[in-house]
Write a protein that binds this ligand. Structure first.
Ligand SMILES: *Cc1c(COP(=O)(O)O)cnc(C)c1O
Length: 356
């Protein structure tokens, strides 16, 4: 067994070691990017929509972090779409009120066509969510939610979903496997937008599913192959390169976020701070409403005014500028994705922008 597959190694060590060529004299220390559509007949790979060796290292590393078998997809939504395919025709999906709006948008479109029925509840209200689980085929979980940062009691909700016989899915994009590993709690599938923390540099779009169930894995693989939502080899290569530093990036971003959340709680221009106590995402409500929130987006110089999150660079945006964001998200809410810069530079810039 080569070192990277040694189960006694910490995941932080394994993700650095996985997906490298054999240690032979003269070999590259890093993997190659295989740009090909097909392979000469008779080997392990047949056609590059089925498999591409460049996906393997990324899948092995994410699988190791989450504790299951991973499949790389062209985007987080591609992965989510494949997971939703596991719902039987006419089935019901329970989804958090404030799940990522792409997820709720996709489910709403599928409900429109009669493919499935949606039930929505507040995932941070345990009783409400448990009550809503009656006769559902899939329980969707996201914690913390995007962008309201509501936190769910995952152990309890996953256990209840398991007992009810529903497929439980957790979108682990915000927490990352460094803060929570839903498969260990009994979840059936974990899904990520690998665009965010896993790759970490805002330079690609990718998604990933992880499961411990061989039957679900087979179905997800079939959906990826036939649906065609496969990542390009360059993206997969970059994603593995980014993933190798997840532990240090995330540690720094989380420390910055904890410090900024504490300072923002004292800020006269901030009426509410949503910060779950861990992770690197914060949402604030700005005194002075929409205009004041938009003025902050205009005034920042270190923070980037942009959608998305999970990169080394700090970003913020007023979420309600997207028509798809639910009305229950306050219109003066700014979602902050805290990066790895110097925390005092981040604070000085944000404080100045908030003071207008
Ligand atoms: C961004 C995001 C997605 C969608 O992922 P893409 O890579 O943009 O397709 C799904 N879930 C969450 C929580 C996200 O933040």
């Amino acid at each position: 067994m080569s070192a990277e597959h040694d189960p006694s190694l910490s995941p932080a060590t394994a993700v650095v070691a996985l997906g490298r060529p054999e240690r032979t004299p003269g070999a590259s220390v890093g993997p190659a990017v295989e740009f090909t559509s097909t392979f000469v007949t008779g080997g392990a790979n047949a056609y590059a929509r089925f498999d591409n060796p460049t996906w393997n290292g990324f899948e092995e590393a994410v699988g190791r972090l989450e504790g299951g078998t991973a499949l790389a997809f062209a985007s987080g939504m591609g992965a989510i779409r494949a997971v939703v395919e596991l719902v039987p025709v006419g089935g019901t999906v329970l989804v958090p009120q404030h799940s990522y709006n792409g997820t709720t948008g996709l489910l709403a479109a599928l409900q429109e066509t009669g493919r499935l029925t949606i039930r929505r509840a507040d995932v941070s209200d345990e009783t409400a969510y448990l009550d809503a689980m009656d006769h559902v085929d899939m329980v969707w979980l996201e914690s913390p939610t995007n962008p309201m940062l509501e936190v769910a009691n995952l152990p309890q909700l996953i256990e209840a979903a398991r007992k009810s016989g529903a497929i439980s899915v957790c979108d682990n994009t915000f927490a990352t496997p460094l803060l929570q590993r839903p498969l260990e709690l009994g979840a059936d599938v974990v899904v990520h937008s690998a665009t965010k923390y896993l790759s970490g540099h805002s330079d690609l779009i990718m998604g990933v599913t992880v499961t411990t169930d061989p039957q679900l894995q087979e179905k997800l693989h079939a959906t990826r192959t036939l649906g065609g939502a496969i990542p390009g080899p360059m993206e997969a290569w970059l994603a593995l390169r980014g993933l190798r530093t997840l532990h240090v990036r995330f540690e720094r971003a989380c420390a910055n976020a904890a410090e900024l959340a504490a300072r923002l709680a004292q800020h006269p221009a901030v009426t509410k701070v949503r910060y779950p106590g861990s992770g690197a995402m914060i949402a604030i409500e700005v005194a002075g409403g929409v205009r004041a929130a938009e003025a902050v987006e205009q005034a920042i110089r270190v923070w980037l005014p942009a959608t998305s999150l999970g990169g080394v660079e700090s970003m913020l945006e007023r979420r309600r500028r997207h028509a798809s964001e639910p009305q229950t998200v306050p219109d003066n809410l700014l979602r902050l994705s805290v990066g790895i810069e110097d925390v005092d530079d981040l604070w000085t810039d944000l404080d100045r922008a908030l003071r207008g």
